[in-house]
Design a protein around this ligand. Structure first.
Ligand SMILES: N[C@@H](CCC(=O)N[C@@H](CS)C(=O)NCC(=O)O)C(=O)O
Length: 201
């Protein structure tokens, strides 16, 4: 089993952080998105959507989508649990993960697409989108800050939801979105994750 990976991709990073937290060793196969390796016919045969991460199993079958990969691995390696342990806990993890994904990671991605020179020739970049995504990021992170006032982690114990939000915040920084120092609970939570060895993944 191996993982097609691009080091700067936030979606690959959350899989790598997940692997580090679980102590799972997987061979990483780097795919150079900058030179367009994801659009070669050999790779498109594996993933017609031309994206990483992609998990390739020993029999050649593949699993796309970072979260689907993580959930597959969680079923194979349930300990330590990163999706909660009861149906209620799992629902909480999934709910906060989705809030992190759509409220923060997606907005950071929109800002990146509309500011990075890498995408300048692929899409029509718009400062309006950058500003609007920044506004959504601020609104959502302020809500996360309120939640983290009374909670050490997003959904009970440390979980995949925390990994997604952490990766999303660091990715948003690449399009010049910084955490507001007034979000003291997000800052405390962020520093705690920064200190975990998995943050280097
Ligand atoms: N929803 C997918 C997103 C996958 C995705 O868009 N990956 C990006 C890197 S973060 C990619 O491969 N982009 C290909 C490109 O830029 O052409 C997931 O969670 O895995």
């Amino acid at each position: 089993m191996h993982l097609y990976d691009f080091p700067q991709s936030p979606n690959c990073r959350r899989v790598r952080m997940y692997l580090a937290e679980k102590g799972i060793t997987l061979t990483l196969k780097p795919l150079d998105l900058l030179s367009g390796e994801q659009r070669t016919s050999a790779y498109l045969r594996k993933n017609p959507f031309g994206a990483v991460p992609l998990l390739e199993l020993d029999d050649g079958s593949v699993i796309p989508e970072s979260l689907a990969i993580i959930e597959y691995l969680e079923e194979l390696h349930p300990d330590p649990p990163l999706f909660g342990t009861t149906p209620f806990e799992r629902a909480q993890v999934r709910a906060w993960e989705r809030r992190a994904e759509f409220g923060v990671l997606l907005q950071g991605t929109r800002r990146f697409l509309h500011t990075s020179p890498y995408f300048a020739e692929r899409i029509e970049q718009s400062p309006k989108v950058v500003a609007e995504a920044g506004q959504v990021l601020s609104e959502r992170l302020s809500l996360f800050n309120t939640h983290l006032q009374d909670n050490e982690w997003l959904a009970g114990a440390y979980s995949v939801a925390d990994i997604s939000l952490f990766v999303a915040i660091e990715f948003a920084a690449m399009s010049n979105f910084q955490l507001d120092p007034a979000w003291e609970h997000v800052q405390r939570w962020y520093s705690a994750i920064r200190q975990r060895p998995s943050a280097e993944a």
